[in-house]
Write a protein that binds this ligand. Structure first.
Ligand SMILES: Cc1cc2nc3c(=O)[nH]c(=O)nc-3n(C[C@H](O)[C@H](O)[C@H](O)COP(=O)(O)OP(=O)(O)OC[C@H]3O[C@@H](n4cnc5c(N)ncnc54)[C@H](O)[C@@H]3O)c2cc1C
Length: 417
């Protein structure tokens, strides 16, 4: 793989940029692989990358029914943070933030990770108590999080209105300075390029339609629209379509798939220095490097695969944004879109084994899995390589819905973006 560098850029600039190679190949599937990953989103590609780099397993195929990063990886609002309440979640998401901090260098690909800080607003007494509890719990886990007064919130984010005369006045906020955003497409492309360079086959426009098993029940092959591919290990990383894939394999998953929407404004000069989230009014906002305000909404209330979502959900979010940032009432919105998110009952992911020997699953990231991409790929690669969970993903087994050892981030924060 040719490294991106100043000298490579200067050389190409002198040649009219004619010499850049394709960033990954477009191979036809082989008859057999050591590991097959179903789903070419950020998590699937990161898993393949760490299988190759950490575990030396390179006979791997990532099978993607559309194009890589075309699922939720390319549709999300890119908020990255690790200030989750429970110890298990803090460990998982902080593992990811640690990896984000060196990711551009590791991949030799600029993922534009920007630690501009994530400020979570408190609007009522319950929010204040709950966020302060998060701050204390996070600090015990070595995760940075601090409490700001309304005036300090305003200082950190000048466009914020701290007027007391609005429906949901700002009573304070929890700030994680290490949090921020990254460029979602670049994350998928960087992992794809790194995995491909080490021999991983990325097979796009190929849908996995079924699973073949040996007499003892273990995995034998996957059936795809490009034929049958033999393998002993399959990792399903299909986000909102996990339920569909797993039902084709004969398993029913504890996930519901619902639309989640986002929208962007026309681009403007830099006006918004950080990320602001408000769980109570359900809106979150940041500004992209292109200048667009990137705004996210809540999920639809109904299970659906529509990739659209209800207009009333976006209206509700824009009401909240205009109340918190009155100057944005004059902005024009350019486009909106939806993704299908896979929501578990406790809003925590499922990462590990399934009852079928050789079949592993990584799903349930719901509205908040982009931030976990490097950490998720890293621990899932360990699980696929060794057949056993990494200690970080051990608590996130499918089994917890049988044993009752839930990690209830839904009750903790009501939102997980
Ligand atoms: C609007 C929106 C806003 C969000 N905001 C945030 C945020 O701010 N911060 C955050 O952390 N998270 C956020 N998320 C959640 C985040 O996007 C996801 O949790 C994360 O991107 C999931 O990554 P993934 O790689 O698992 O899934 P995906 O990127 O969806 O990849 C799964 C892939 O599997 C493929 N696939 C499905 N079925 C098959 C099949 N049968 N055969 C082959 N391939 C198949 C799909 O085509 C897809 O490309 C948001 C999501 C949405 C929709």
């Amino acid at each position: 793989m040719r490294r991106f560098s100043i000298s490579a850029l200067l050389k190409e600039a002198a040649n009219g940029h004619q010499g850049w190679e394709r960033q990954w190949r477009a191979p036809e599937p082989k008859k057999e692989y050591d590991v097959v990953i179903v789903g070419g989103g950020g998590h699937g590609l990161a898993t393949a990358y760490y299988l190759a780099t950490v575990h030396g397993i390179t006979n791997v195929a990532v099978i993607e029914k559309g194009w890589i990063g075309g699922g939720n990886t390319g549709r999300n609002t890119t908020i990255i943070r690790s200030n989750y309440l429970f110890d298990e979640s803090a460990a998982l998401y902080n593992h990811a933030v640690n990896l984000w901090e060196g990711l551009s260098q590791e991949l030799n690909y600029n993922v534009m990770f920007s630690q501009r800080g994530v400020l979570m607003l408190a609007h009522n007494h319950h929010d204040v108590i709950s966020f302060k509890r998060h701050v204390y719990a996070n600090r015990l886990n070595g995760v940075d999080n601090e409490w700001l007064t309304p005036e300090e919130c305003k200082e950190y984010c000048p466009p914020l209105s701290i007027s007391k005369d609005i429906r949901y006045p700002v009573l304070g906020g929890a700030l994680q300075r290490r949090g921020g955003t990254a460029r979602h497409d670049a994350v998928a492309w960087g992992y794809a390029r790194g995995a491909d360079a080490r021999g991983v086959d990325i097979i796009q426009n190929c849908e996995v339609t079924g699973l073949q098993r040996h007499h003892d029940g273990s995995v034998k092959a996957v059936e795809t629209t490009k034929g049958v591919i033999g393998t002993k290990r399959v990792g399903v990383v299909a986000a909102g379509h996990t339920g569909v894939v797993m039902s084709r394999f004969g398993l029913r998953m504890p996930v519901e798939s619902v639309p989640l929407q986002a929208l962007v404004s026309e681009p403007v000069k830099p006006v918004f220095p950080c990320v602001v989230m408000s769980n109570a009014v359900h809106a979150y906002i940041s500004q992209s490097d292109k200048g667009e305000l990137v705004i996210g909404a809540g999920t639809d209330q109904y299970v659906s695969y529509s990739q659209q979502g209800g207009i009333q959900i976006i209206n509700h979010t824009l009401d909240a944004i205009c109340e918190l940032f009155p100057q944005f009432t004059r902005m024009r919105m350019l486009r909106s879109w939806g993704g299908i998110v896979d929501v578990t009952p406790d809003r925590s992911p499922i990462l590990g084994k399934t009852p079928i020997p050789g079949l592993f699953v990584n799903c349930g990231w719901g509205t908040g899995g982009f931030k976990a991409t490097p950490g998720s790929g890293h621990v899932f690669a360990h699980t696929l390589a060794t057949g056993e969970p990494h200690k970080i993903n051990e608590p996130f087994s499918l089994d917890r819905f049988r044993t009752g050892y839930l990690i209830d981030e839904a009750a903790a924060a009501a939102v997980a973006h």
